[in-house]
Structure formats: C-alpha cells, structure tokens
Design a protein around this ligand. Structure first.
Ligand code: ADP
Length: 315
C-alpha cells in the first residue's frame, strides 16, 4: 500500500462551549482537542488503515503528548514529530458566532511548529513515502516550506504523487512569500482539492468551467472541489461528476475538509473510481461535521460503511 505523508502544524484546539460569546470575559471552554489541519488529515488517513506519517513538531508538554499519542494510537507514523525543548505546542482558541462562522485566536507563530524542518527523521519519512499531501495552512514558516518543497522534489523524482488543499486562511495570504509558495505548490500538484472559490486565487478565469479547464491544461491530473453542505465535484480530462453531501446535523465544521481530503486521497491512491471515492469522502466529511472537536469525528472504513448503509447507499 502507498504511504502518504504530510508536513505541517500540530496544535491543540480549545473551543467556546456556546456560540456567540467572545473571549473578552470568562466563559465555559471545552478541550484541549488534538488539532492542526495536517494532523487531522493524517489522523483520518491512518484510521482508514493506509500507511502514513507526518513531519511536525510539538512542545515538551501535555499538549504535545495529547497529539502524539492520539496520532500513534490511530496508526500514523510519528517518528518525524520533533519535540521542541523550549517552545510550547501551538494552540488555537475558537468561538462560533451565532451565524455559524468561526473566529480563531492562534498561538502558532512562536510555538514548537517553528522548528519543523528537514531533520534526519523527516528525511527518512520522506524517502519512504509515495505521496505527499500539501496543506496551504502549513506554508507559513520558511522551514516548513523548504521541507515541503524538498519532499515534493524527492517524491516526484521517484514517480510519486502530490495532492494540494489550499486551505487558505485569509489572514495568511499577505504573509511574505505566501502567494509564491501557493503557486509553487500548485505547479507540482497532481490532485488539487480547493474549497469552492479558492480555485480563483490560482487562475485567471472568472467562472468555474474556465478555471477547471485552465487547471487541467496546466498539467493537474484531477481537481476535486469541496462544496460544504452541497457535497463535492470531481474533474479530469475525461469529464466530471458531482456527488451530493449527506444530510446530517452540522455540530462543528472544523476538520471536515481535512477529513474529506484524507478519504479522497486514500481512495484515489487505492485506485477507486472517482464517483465511489467522492461518496466515501462525502460520508467522511459528513461524519466529521456531526461531532464536536476538530479530529473527534474521524472515521474508520467500517464506520464509513455503516454510515453509508444507514443512508441507503451500497457500501
Ligand atoms: P473545507 O472545510 O475545506 O472548506 P467543506 O466545508 O467543503 O471543506 O467540507 C468538506 C466536505 O465535508 C464537503 O465536501 C462535504 O462532503 C462534507 N460536509 C461539509 N459540511 C457538511 C454538512 N453541513 N453536511 C454534510 N456534509 C458536509
């Protein structure tokens, strides 16, 4: 089986229990939860039973232990997660507004993530990998960017593949070098997985068909568009297909795109037909939004099959 890796931040997430409150006074909080888009992605890949690992760093603290033990327990290779001797594990505080949108307070820039880079353990993990998944959210430190591009070169040189989820946070777009890093990631991408309008940051086109045509012309093999409660679509040179989302109560949207992406990439690498892969990925995303906590709604294949059966879809 092909080994999937990703490179980037591991954090804990602490959430306001009730929507609508800021953090300017004492309020009930819940957490810490294991989190970080690349960590959620790799946890979901691991739960599907695919060999996988992550290049990252945590602090020498309980938040680090929480994350590393969680990923290890779920089956990810944690050998390339460094332990920073002084900096703390990154954290994110999230509150939900009454309209369902989220506000985050991040403490990542000066966290252990600043130490992520090409350590000997990272090199060993990269050399044993067949597929790299790039998360746009991770492209914020020079060390991470160079590790991602070194991994891209090495994996592609031996015939491996790259997927890319731009996962763009608006506050990151103006960081120095960010737009160049995103463009470089796209140039090396086989499977591109934007959320709806994100693709327009990468193309000159103003409508979706033209944007997809431009991306495929540039050598991307397949594009998967995530559409939240509207499901997802798949495009390649042979055509396109869409699959509706499953009807579930959305409790917490954090992690849906990462879990969806993990399931789609795993199915794609296993050679599953795109329509079936979209169905499995939509089921994984639906299960992710039904549970509170960024990584608490990740699924095993058995759980996805049970969910599909409960929805009247042949597993
Ligand atoms: P991102 O978080 O990357 O923007 P989306 O919000 O599009 O990603 O969610 C990814 C996938 O998760 C969707 O394509 C869909 O399959 C599933 N999903 C997201 N929100 C819902 C929802 N409210 N109900 C059912 N499925 C959902």
């Amino acid at each position: 089986m092909k080994k999937i890796i990703t490179i980037g931040e591991i954090v804990v997430e602490i959430m306001a229990v009730e929507p609508g409150h800021g953090f300017t006074s004492a309020i009930p909080l819940i957490g810490p939860f294991a989190s970080g888009a690349p960590a959620i992605f790799i946890d979901q890949v691991a739960k599907l039973g695919q060999p996988c690992g992550i290049v990252s760093a945590v602090g020498n603290d309980d938040f680090g232990v929480l994350n590393v033990e969680r990923l290890r327990r779920d089956g990810a290779d944690v050998s390339a997660i460094g332990i920073h001797p002084t900096a703390a594990t990154g954290s994110a505080f999230v509150r939900y507004r009454p309209d369902g949108n989220r506000d985050f307070i991040y403490n990542i820039r000066h966290s252990a993530c600043s130490a992520i880079g090409l350590t000997p353990e990272a090199e060993a993990l990269i050399d044993g990998a067949d597929h790299l998944h790039i998360m746009g959210s991770a492209l914020f430190f020079d060390g991470i960017v160079s590790a991602i591009f070194a991994a891209t070169r090495r994996i592609k040189a031996k015939g491996g593949t790259v997927s890319f989820d731009p996962n763009i946070r608006k506050e990151m777009l103006d960081l120095p070098g960010m737009r160049e890093a995103l463009a470089h990631a796209l140039e090396n991408t086989d499977l591109f997985m934007p959320s709806g309008p994100e693709m327009f940051l990468f193309t000159k086109a103003i409508d979706e068909p033209a944007a997809i045509a431009e991306l495929l012309e540039r050598g991307i093999k397949a594009v998967v568009i995530k559409r939240g409660a509207d499901g997802a679509s798949y495009f390649d040179r042979n055509g396109e297909m869409s699959a509706p989302a499953f009807k579930v109560e959305e409790v917490d949207p954090t992690g849906a795109g990462d879990s969806f992406g993990a399931a789609f990439v795993t199915c794609w690498l296993r050679g599953m037909a795109p329509g079936k892969a979209l169905t499995v990925a939509n089921a994984t995303g639906a299960r992710a939004v039904s549970v509170k906590g960024p990584m608490e709604g990740t699924s095993t294949m058995a759980e996805i099959e049970t969910f599909l059966t409960s929805q009247g879809v042949a597993a």
